[in-house]
Design a protein around this ligand. Structure first.
Ligand SMILES: C[S@@+](CC[C@H](N)C(=O)[O-])C[C@H]1O[C@@H](n2cnc3c(N)ncnc32)[C@H](O)[C@@H]1O
Length: 233
């Protein structure tokens, strides 16, 4: 599905010093201009919050509150150990003590596979049946956006696409990646107890070139289809 956006790039201008080390990562990019798709994460999250009376909303990773402050709810919880939100802590610490249940959870904390999968597993336990989880930055367009650790001066999705691979195989949920705003993962919970499909050992060392092959296992939908699905649930 993403293959139609693949573009061969013979010369990558950025990060020349890493070019030799990552030689085989360079020749293909995914050519999507996110600015041309005007729906963003706030559109999908807001549409989902409207499905619930007094929606219980949790955001993991708030930064400067661009999303958190835009969600039209008077009462909401935002976790960030650095800045933004209203709970200054890591997601791991928050989940250790949390007794609340949620209807909509937005996971946008540390964009490293191991942490993001932990955030998803913990979130699934406190998400009500019929709740939604959204995840930001599921579609890296080039090796630099995907690289862990983050490279200076680049946009960064990290390698959380690996979570999308696992969620695509997880039973008891619907899972899509919406083609907007760096790839917005949308999970709809359909059963009470979800067993996360674990492929950690297989996925942990994979890189952007592997994403180019493996993304065919992910169900991508357009922004319009995403909104329609949320409305129809
Ligand atoms: C991409 S920003 C969030 C942007 C915000 N959600 C938005 O849509 O505008 C990522 C944030 O995650 C926070 N973060 C990093 N590690 C975290 C952790 N372990 N738990 C919660 N938040 C974390 C960072 O401090 C940073 O502010």
């Amino acid at each position: 599905m993403l293959k139609k956006y693949y573009k061969k790039v013979p010369e990558q201008k950025i990060h020349k010093e890493l070019k030799e080390k990552y030689a085989n990562f360079f020749d293909t990019i995914i050519h999507i201009d996110w600015n041309k798709i005007l729906f963003n994460r706030v559109s999908f999250i807001t549409a989902a919050t409207h499905k619930f009376n007094k929606c219980r909303y949790l955001e993991i990773g708030c930064d400067n509150n661009w999303c958190f402050s835009s969600i039209p709810l008077a009462s909401k919880i935002g976790i960030d150990p650095d800045k933004g939100g209203n709970v200054k802590d890591t997601s791991d610490n928050f989940f250790k003590n949390n007794k609340n249940k949620f209807d909509v959870i937005f996971i946008d904390g540390l964009h490293v596979y191991e942490q993001c999968r932990k955030d998803v597993i913990n979130s699934l336990k406190v998400l009500d049946k019929n709740g939604f989880i959204f995840l930001h930055d599921m579609t890296p367009r080039n090796w630099a956006e995907e690289n862990v650790p983050r490279l200076k001066g680049t946009l960064w999705t990290g390698d959380i696409w690996k979570v999308a691979i696992e969620l695509s195989k997880t039973k008891g949920i619907d899972f899509f990646v919406i083609n907007a705003d760096f790839g917005v993962g949308m999970l709809k919970k359909k059963e009470d107890n979800i067993v996360y499909y674990d492929e950690f050992e297989k996925l942990k060392d994979l890189k952007f070139k592997d994403f180019l092959n493996l993304n065919e296992n992910i169900n991508y939908i357009s922004a319009e289809e995403g909104i329609k699905k949320i409305e129809e649930y």
